[in-house]
Write a protein that binds this ligand. Structure first.
Ligand code: TYM
Length: 332
């Protein structure tokens, strides 16, 4: 029996961090054998805010390499560059004509990213979630594994799929959301009330996957902690320690309950020291795998990936156009 399909993506912007890895990429790894997987470097999403062309080019390859170094197997799963397939922007236009301004205005990420920019914010940033819906719906995706900050966008994709199907006839699979029970929202090390973010003002907010391991260890040692002394998972009262416990649990494979037991009666400093060491080992291993992967390999994986899935994207787009009455004499 054919496997169910999942689709997810990462923007080639800024520093990919431990939040991206634990909240999304590691989740993808856990699903790789069970599903048919498509993972995209979503470069059209990246240009919704200003990008330096040379850096963008480097970042596209860098993300593909990070996916490979993380263990995404290109013989099994597809890795491709979003802008290589024009079906994404074509379907996005079609969905733009069914999406409502009101529902897009409600998107938390748009509100955050556009805050303080008034009318110079790009139309692309506003329509960003519709392009994301197109990414997902083009492949008749059954589930979308993401971090918690993307759940509102996946909900919109579900709404747009249902709306189109209702109005024009069955065209798109309505996708489910998959998030991790823990780790779906890794918080900033400098402020555990906000998520770890690529665009954070301080580099002490995040552990970048490309951070020098000793530097990353220092960042853990400098992470803010909570009042009190007890090492206990309690996100409402102890957001900083709970975040460190979550990260440590995911990196070490030990449950949070077990870590609480191990650190009973010990100080915050002991937990930080051990986590710093675990982060150092994780990054050293990850980066040595990353350094083995060449630009040529990454380019080859991206172009083979796009070639493999282009027929499916084209077929869904063709159906959507037919349903809308855009197709004359069976020609596109
Ligand atoms: P992006 O590039 O911002 O983030 C990539 C993935 O990392 C997750 N993530 C986190 N998870 C846990 N804790 C955090 N602090 C954290 N920060 C980020 C994100 O939830 C995401 O899963 N719009 C998407 C990219 C996209 C996409 C798609 C995803 C475009 N088209 C289609 C799925 C399906 C984004 O900007 O992710």
């Amino acid at each position: 029996m054919a496997k169910a399909r999942i689709f997810s993506g990462v923007q080639p912007t800024g520093n990919l961090h431990l939040g991206n890895y634990l909240g999304a990429i590691e989740l993808w790894l856990s699903l790789q054998n069970k599903y048919d997987c498509i993972f995209s470097v979503v470069d059209y999403h990246a240009i919704t805010v200003s990008q330096e062309p040379r850096k963008l080019k480097e970042s596209i390859l860098a993300i593909a390499k990070i996916m490979l170094a993380s263990g995404i197997n290109p013989d099994q799963s597809v890795i491709f560059q979003q802008s290589a397939l024009s079906a994404h922007t074509e379907l996005a236009w079609i969905l733009n004509c069914t999406a409502h301004m009101g529902e897009l205005k409600k998107m938390t990420q748009f509100k955050e990213k556009s805050a303080g920019q008034k009318d110079i914010v790009s139309l692309g940033l506003f329509a960003y979630p519709v392009l994301m819906a197109a990414d997902i719906l083009l492949y008749q995706t059954e589930a979308v594994p993401v971090g918690e900050d993307q759940s509102q966008h996946v909900e919109l994709a579900r709404d747009l799929a249902r709306r189109f199907n209702h109005q024009f006839g069955q065209t798109f699979t309505v996708p489910d959301l998959i998030t991790r029970p823990d780790g779906a929202r890794i918080m900033g090390l400098d402020d555990p009330r906000k998520k770890m973010s690529k665009s954070a003002a301080s580099e002490y907010n995040y552990i970048a996957l490309l951070d020098e391991p000793d530097k990353a260890a220092k960042k853990i040692m400098k992470a803010v902690t909570d009042s009190g002394q007890e090492i206990k998972f309690a996100p409402a009262n102890k957001p900083a320690i709970s975040n460190l416990l979550t990260i440590y649990s995911l990196l070490s494979g030990r449950t949070i309950a077990r870590l609480e037991e191990e650190y009973q009666g010990r100080q915050y400093g002991a937990l930080k020291k051990d986590l710093a060491e675990a982060v150092k080992i994780f990054l050293s291993d990850f980066q040595s795998r990353l350094n083995e992967i060449t630009d040529a390999q990454a380019r080859q994986v991206l172009s083979a990936g796009a070639a493999k899935i282009a027929p499916l994207a084209e077929s869904t787009l063709r159906t959507a156009k037919e349903r809308l009455g855009l197709t004359l004499n069976n020609h596109r």
